[in-house]
Ligand binder design. Structure first.
Ligand code: FES
Length: 87
């Protein structure tokens, strides 16, 4: 499990092992546009401000993964205990 911090407000949202970051954000009232929920369409792309994503999508190139600038919360998680998203 890990925590998502909302960059604009500092709100912390816990993401449990059984839940996607997208679902945790949606349940907390954040409306993130999503389509496939399988990490292939790219719709849910969300900017990363700090922390290290664990990329589980099929969209990003290796260079984009290493840049840590964006992630797909429908499938991707965090390697760091907390990840701050540009929301
Ligand atoms: Fe398709 Fe996240 S909804 S990549």
């Amino acid at each position: 499990s890990f925590e998502v911090e909302i960059g604009s407000t500092g709100q912390i949202i816990a993401v449990g092992e059984e839940t996607s970051a997208l679902d945790a954000l949606t349940n907390a009232g954040f409306q993130i546009e999503a389509s496939c929920t399988e990490g292939v369409c790219g719709t849910c792309e969300t900017g990363v401000l700090s922390g290290t994503p664990l990329h589980l999508d099929s969209v990003l190139t290796d260079d984009e993964r290493e840049s840590n600038e964006t992630m797909f919360p429908c499938v991707s998680r965090a390697k760091s205990p907390r990840i701050t998203l540009d929301l």
